[in-house]
Each structure stands twice: as structure tokens, then as C-alpha cells.
Write a protein that binds this ligand. Structure first.
Ligand SMILES: [Zn+2]
Length: 156
């Protein structure tokens, strides 16, 4: 006879909020909320240092070159080229496990390169140098405010 209580495991387990980093998009949570504000309006942007001109991606609150905090937001182009790509078949981040396989890549926007999901694409159909364009994606989740993130997809 056991004196331990038994517990029942739920059928599904909701993504723990502490692991849901996309929540951190509001002015209360991050110094780069302007990046997300711009993205909600369909504009990809990043920060540039007013003192030394250094352009960073991802956006910063302090310049990594000269440590100035006098940064301004500048628009980035919405079209670029596929610099490199791969496919995720296993080990996807939390919340994306059901979406494998999917393509990830490095997109060259000219002044900056960034890593991104590449949507609406099959790995075997892609080549380095392919033109890609911005695809702003809404993110579902357990918070009230609208959340977005950037992805790219082959240019139509
Ligand atoms: Zn600087």
C-alpha cells in the first residue's frame, strides 16, 4: 500500500510562458520594442549608431563598436538573396516540432545578413543566390498583444 498520491498527466502541455521569448516584444520588456513596432507595421528595421555609423543586426541598445547609446532605427530592404540554407528535420525549437521539416537560411540584405526561417520553400528547390522577400508572421500565444516575427520566402 503506497502512501503517495497519484497524479494524472494531461493529454497536452501548454508551452511554458517563461520559455516563450516572443512575449518580450513590448516597451515594458525590451529596449528594442521599436523593432517589433516597425515589424507590426510591416517594416523590417534595425539600429545604426549616430556616433560612428555602425549598422547592427539584430538591433541593439548600445553600439558594439563605440559603446554609444545614441542609436537610430533605419529601414532594411525587404528583398535579398539566399546566402546559405539548410533544413531542420529534428531538434526544432519548442513550438515548432510539428512543423519539421522546414528550411532555415541566412539572407543577405546587402548591408546586413540575418538568419531566418524560409517559408513556402522546399530545400531541394532552393539554390544559393535565390531572391527572397520578407514575410512578417503573426505568432499565436498566451498573451493579449499582437506579436510578430520576420521570416523570408522565395520571391514570387
Ligand atoms: Zn558606434
Amino acid at each position: 500500500m503506497s502512501d503517495h498520491d497519484t497524479i494524472e498527466l494531461p493529454e497536452t502541455i501548454e508551452l511554458p510562458r517563461l520559455l516563450d521569448f516572443y512575449e518580450l516584444q513590448s516597451a515594458a520588456h525590451t529596449g528594442i520594442h521599436e523593432f517589433y513596432e516597425n515589424l507590426r507595421h510591416g517594416q523590417l528595421s534595425t539600429t545604426r549608431c549616430r556616433d560612428c555609423g555602425n549598422l547592427q543586426f539584430p538591433p541593439r541598445i548600445v553600439c558594439p563598436e563605440c559603446q554609444s547609446d545614441d542609436l537610430e532605427y533605419v529601414d532594411l530592404p525587404h528583398e535579398g538573396e539566399l546566402f546559405a540554407f539548410s533544413t531542420v528535420r529534428a531538434g526544432a525549437p519548442l513550438g515548432m516540432q510539428s512543423e519539421v521539416p522546414f528550411v532555415i537560411g541566412i539572407v543577405d540584405l546587402g548591408d546586413v545578413q540575418l538568419s531566418s526561417r524560409i517559408d513556402n520553400a522546399e530545400y531541394d528547390d532552393l539554390e544559393i543566390g535565390d531572391p527572397v522577400e520578407l514575410n512578417v508572421t503573426e505568432i499565436d500565444g498566451p498573451v493579449d498583444h499582437e506579436r510578430v516575427f520576420f521570416r523570408f520566402e522565395p520571391k514570387r
